[in-house]
Design a protein. Structure first.
Length: 305
C-alpha cells in the first residue's frame, strides 16, 4: 500500500514487483509464477475495513490463482481482515505463519554455509567472524544460529538496547552502527535496511563474503560488479532471504514450521549453484542468480519446478 500519484505509477510498480517475485519464487523452489498486488493509498490514513474487504473480494475473484500476504504498508491484521472474505490469504494470525523471521534467519544461515564452502572449501563457522548489521527479528535469530555453530560475532544496531541484548545473550562484540560495515570479519550480514552496498561502502568492506537478510542491498545493479572486482563473494539478497516467501508458501491451516525450515535450508544448494555458475561464466553472482532462476521457470501445467 502506497500513495502512488496515479494508476500508471501503480501499474509500473506492480509489474516491476511481480517480475521480481517470479525470479524470487523460482529460486525458492516454489512452483508459482510471480504475483504481486498494490493498493493506492496512504497506509497511515487510508486503511478501512471496507478497503480490505474490497481487496479480499478482488483476490477471491481469482479463485486461488493468487494469494495475498503482508508486505510494505500492509500489516498482518490487514491480511486478517482480507481473510474474512477470502481463503486465499497467507501469513495470517490464525494459521501461525505470521512471523516469517525464524525461517528467514534459518535460510540466511544456510546461505552463509554455502558461501563459506564456496570460498574456503569448508562450511565450518569455527573461528569465523561474522558482522551482523541489525539485530531485529531476523538478525537476532541469525546470531543465535551462528553462535551455536561456533562463529565469533560482532553486531551493531541503531537501537542500543537490541545490540546490548545480543552481546549479553550471545557474547557478541558490539560495534558502532557507522563502523560495522568496515568491521574486520569474514562475513558481513546486512540485516537492517537496503542500499548498504554502494560507492561509499564497498571500497571500505573488509569481509570477503556478504550474505544477509536485508532487501535491495545493492544501491544500484552496477554495485554487483564492483563487489566482484573487489573479490567479495555476494550472496544475492533475493536468493538468500527467500525464507520469508518460503514461510508464506507453507502458510495456511496445516502450517508446519518444521517443513518450512527444512525447505529454507535448501537455500544452501541454490546458492552453491549460483556461485558456481558465476565462476563458470565469469559473471557476477547477481547475474548468475537471475540465470539460475530462468532455468527453473516452467510453463504452466508442466508440473513442479
Ligand atoms: P526488524 O525491523 O525487526 O530489524 C531491523 C533492525 O535493524 C532493528 O533492530 C533496527 O533497530 C536495526 N537498524 C536499523 N537501521 C540500522 C542501522 N543503520 N545500523 C544498524 N542497525 C539498524 O526487521 P527484520 O524483520 O529483522 O528484517 C531485517 C531486514 O530483512 C529488512 O530489510 C527486511 O526487509 C528484510 N527481510 C526480512 C524478512 C523477515 O522474515 N522478517 C524476510 C525477508 C527480508
Amino acid at each position: 500500500m502506497y500513495p502512488y500519484p496515479d494508476a500508471e505509477a501503480a501499474l509500473t510498480d506492480v509489474l516491476r514487483l511481480s517480475r521480481g517475485m517470479t525470479y524470487k519464487n523460482a529460486l525458492a523452489e516454489l512452483p508459482f509464477g510471480g504475483g504481486k498486488s498494490v493498493l493506492i493509498g496512504d497506509p497511515h490514513s487510508d486503511k478501512t475495513r471496507a478497503l480490505f474487504h474490497g481487496m479480499g473480494r478482488a483476490v477471491d475473484a481469482l479463485g486461488g490463482r493468487y494469494k495475498v500476504a503482508e508486505d510494505s504498508g500492509i500489516a498482518v491484521p490487514d491480511v486478517d481482515t482480507m481473510g474474512e472474505v477470502t481463503p486465499h490469504v497467507a501469513g495470517t494470525t490464525a494459521d501461525g505463519s505470521s512471523d516469517p523471521s525464524p525461517v528467514t534467519a534459518w535460510g540466511v544461515f544456510h546461505g552463509m554455509r554455502a558461501a563459506l564452502r564456496h570460498r574456503h572449501g569448508s562450511d565450518s563457522f569455527a573461528g569465523r567472524r561474522v558482522a551482523v548489521q541489525g539485530v531485529g527479528a531476523v538478525g537476532r535469530k541469525l546470531c543465535r544460529h551462528l553462535a551455536e555453530a561456533g562463529a565469533e560475532l560482532v553486531v551493531a544496531d541503531t537501537n542500543p538496547e537490541a545490540a546490548r541484548e545480543a552481546a549479553d545473550a550471545l557474547g557478541a562484540a558490539v560495534s558502532e552502527p557507522d563502523a560495522l560495515l568496515r568491521a574486520d570479519a569474514d562475513i558481513l550480514a546486512p540485516c537492517a535496511m537496503g542500499a548498504v552496498l554502494n560507492d561509499a561502502t564497498i571500497p571500505e568492506l573488509r569481509a570477503g563474503i556478504v550474505a544477509g537478510a536485508a532487501n535491495n542491498q545493492l544501491e544500484a545493479d552496477r554495485h554487483a560488479e564492483m563487489l566482484s572486482q573487489r573479490g567479495v563473494l555476494y550472496a544475492p539478497d533475493y536468493a538468500v532471504n527467500a525464507g520469508g516467501v518460503i514461510n508464506i508458501s507453507h502458510g495456511g491451516p496445516g502450517y508446519d514450521a518444521q517443513a518450512a525450515l527444512a525447505h529454507a535450508a535448501r537455500i544452501h544448494d541454490t546458492l552453491l549453484e549460483i556461485f558456481q555458475r558465476a565462476e563458470r561464466e565469469a559473471t557476477t553472482t547477481a547475474a548468475a542468480a537471475d540465470r539460475v532462476a530462468e532455468t527453473r521457470f516452467t510453463p504452466r501445467g508442466r508440473g513442479p519446478i
